[in-house]
Design a protein around this ligand. Structure first.
Ligand SMILES: [Zn+2]
Length: 62
């Protein structure tokens, strides 16, 4: 069963159909792929880590 509803990706903030849920955040397939394939020395990696950290904090204080 395929849901047609689009969810807003917490990383790129675009509406996508396919992706995963991490805590309360939806991450689209593209961003999931990018996160996995980004080296920690790349500047993008810090951006992803910041985004993911904010999800963790929401979870802690809720
Ligand atoms: Zn995305």
């Amino acid at each position: 069963m395929e849901a047609k509803t689009l969810k807003t990706c917490g990383i790129c903030e675009e509406e996508k159909q396919h992706g995963i849920h991490l805590y309360t955040m939806f991450i689209c397939q593209e961003c999931e792929y990018n996160i996995i394939h980004t080296e920690p020395r790349e500047e993008k990696y810090r951006y992803y880590v910041q985004k993911l950290k904010s999800v963790n904090q929401q979870q802690l204080f809720s």
